[in-house]
Design a protein around this ligand. Structure first.
Ligand SMILES: Cc1cc2nc3c(=O)[nH]c(=O)nc-3n(C[C@H](O)[C@H](O)[C@H](O)COP(=O)(O)O)c2cc1C
Length: 227
């Protein structure tokens, strides 16, 4: 089914997309679900290699993963992603990271010193924020950061297509941390590594976390124009 974008414009889709961390149980109609991922195939990539391998879990598999991942995090299973992740941010990157956390925890009413509250917020990642669907995006373990660029482009393409269809999403690096369970449930081959997950569905506007808003640095900090 070709997607009917109706009156969606690039400007509205780009400006309205944001990370949603609370979903209603309503599943996306199967035809639309398929069309979203078919359309995301239009994403460009280095030499058109299309290195993404995407696994979409709904229904039983989604619930099985939700339960299993929450069990793992509650049991204190050490996280071990398949690709390296640099997380010791400094300077302006650290400042932005802190502001992002403050926006989310502020919206959720969790004070900085509330360790239990913060743990609860972390666990929400593994509950997929109650979403009826979660996608795991993988690439060959042999690939590295440059191939990972293609995955990033694909991820944004996917989230914008979702937004244009009224489907909310949240990209989650956190979903890359417990690969054995995810790979077993979804039948992901050993040679593919999980880079990122995306919870998606329809926004539950009653969830406090969904009041979080992030800002962006002025372009002077990020872009240099030269004549
Ligand atoms: C690759 C990637 C990984 C992310 N991982 C997480 C995550 O694990 N948990 C989470 O709640 N949000 C995660 N996010 C969402 C970011 O926090 C969010 O995109 C950022 O704060 C900007 O906010 P916005 O998406 O609402 O514009 C991730 C986003 C990206 C692009």
């Amino acid at each position: 089914m070709p997607i009917d974008y109706q009156d969606a414009t690039l400007a509205t889709v780009l400006r309205n997309r944001r990370s949603v961390r609370g979903f209603t149980p309503q599943a996306i109609e199967p035809e639309l679900l398929r069309s979203i991922f078919a359309e995301a195939q239009l994403s460009p990539s280095n030499c058109n290699t299309q290195p993404w391998q995407t696994y979409v879990a709904s229904g039983d598999s989604c619930n099985q993963l939700r339960q299993g991942l929450v069990e793992q995090i509650m049991a204190g299973t050490p996280p071990k992603a398949e690709f390296e992740y640099f997380s010791k941010f400094k300077g302006q990157h650290r400042t932005r990271q802190v502001e992002c956390a403050e926006a989310l925890y502020g919206a959720m009413g969790i004070p900085r010193e509330d360790k239990r509250g913060r743990m609860g917020a972390l666990v929400r990642n593994y509950q997929f924020f109650d979403a009826p669907h979660v996608a795991f995006i993988c690439m060959d373990k042999e690939f590295d950061i440059v191939n990972g660029l293609d995955i990033g482009v694909y991820l944004q393409t996917l989230m914008l297509i979702m937004e244009a269809n009224g489907v909310a999403s949240c990209a989650q690096g956190a979903l890359a941390y417990f690969p054995p369970l995810v790979k077993e449930v979804l039948g992901i081959p050993e040679q593919e590594g999980i880079l990122v997950g995306v919870s998606f569905g329809y926004e539950d506007t009653q969830v406090a976390a969904n009041n979080a808003r992030t800002n962006r640095a002025p372009i002077e900090q990020c872009v240099v124009f030269k004549d």
